[in-house]
Design a protein around this ligand. Sequence first.
Ligand SMILES: Nc1ncnc2c1ncn2[C@@H]1O[C@H](COP(=O)(O)OP(=O)(O)OP(=O)(O)O)[C@@H](O)[C@H]1O
Ligand SMILES: C[C@@H](N)C(=O)O
Ligand SMILES: [Mg+2]
Ligand SMILES: [Mg+2]
Length: 326
Amino acid sequence: MAESRVRIAVLFGGRNGEHEVSCRSAEGVLAALDPARYDVLPVRITRAGRWEVGGAAGVGVFAAVRALRAVDVAFPLLHGPFGEDGTVQAALRHAGIRHVGSDAPACAIGMDKECTKKLLADNGIAVAESVVLRSAACSLSHREREALGLPVFVKPARAGSSVGVSRVDGWDRLGAAVAAARAVDPKVLVERAVPGREVDVGVLELPDGGLAVSPPLEIGVAGGRDFFDFEAKYRAGGAVFTVPAALGEPLGARLRALAVRAFRALGCRGLLRVDFLLGDGDEPVVNEVNTMPGFTHASQFPRMWQAAGIGYGRLLDTLVETALSR
Ligand SMILES: Nc1ncnc2c1ncn2[C@@H]1O[C@H](COP(=O)(O)OP(=O)(O)OP(=O)(O)O)[C@@H](O)[C@H]1O
Ligand SMILES: C[C@@H](N)C(=O)O
Ligand SMILES: [Mg+2]
Ligand SMILES: [Mg+2]
């Protein structure tokens, strides 16, 4: 008997600074979903928050979600606020629509770097020390400066793709960096710099509920840039990935175990990319997590699975099967 086809809605775009990044993720996914297996309904969310279902004129979120009731599964391929933060996942759940990836609570925690770090630290996972600046606060006390040292990284609490992130090498630059982060989110983190290597690990939930963990991927930033900023991420040749990263054991095994612990501590489902920084003596700290990481063919998450023998198409099939098995 022929397998029944899966009706899948791919949601992309979104109301935030990662709109274009999400569109690029979706280009890859829409082209790779096997037409013999899937009936695909593309749903573009405009920057203004209108949902264009199957190319139709944009409607509000509630009308759009009603129109999605006919699909078997939704794939919220959205990065950043109003998409990766649980808002869309909550609307889908309300309507009884299954979806790829984590549910609203884990998405909301994973999107918020303060909450992520608190929960990870509570579960014994090392994170970089930071000070949170809320509402109008824009400077640090002498004691806070002494504790963090220079340089620091200043970042919006809820964003991605390095939008609003700055490296600050002198305290006279702190105010400008806080203003740049605050243009994205009123809550800002000032974080101790971790000086070493940068390594990502992917976690993938399988349809039977087991977890697979990818080989680690090391990020090398090219072109003299001083960190993995937006340009380095999305301009051709901006970064070089080495996968599997040359870490050796037991460090590789330690990162894989920490990635699984992070997935469980945050209550994730489906997938998670855990971004590590290696400090003195290659001691790992979790920098942050992404519940819906970048998904072009060249993005870290698909690259890590490709190195593990799971190609892009099979990765998508696994995400969908896992979502349908829940
Ligand atoms: N504490 C830190 N020490 C050293 N480098 C850092 C630190 N925090 C951030 N960085 C650098 O800034 C980059 C972006 O930071 P981070 O990953 O926290 O932001 P993001 O916007 O969530 O990025 P994305 O979601 O695209 O991975 C990191 O990949 C790293 O190169
Ligand atoms: C999309 C971007 N936040 C990433 O994690 O790759
Ligand atoms: Mg991120
Ligand atoms: Mg990151």
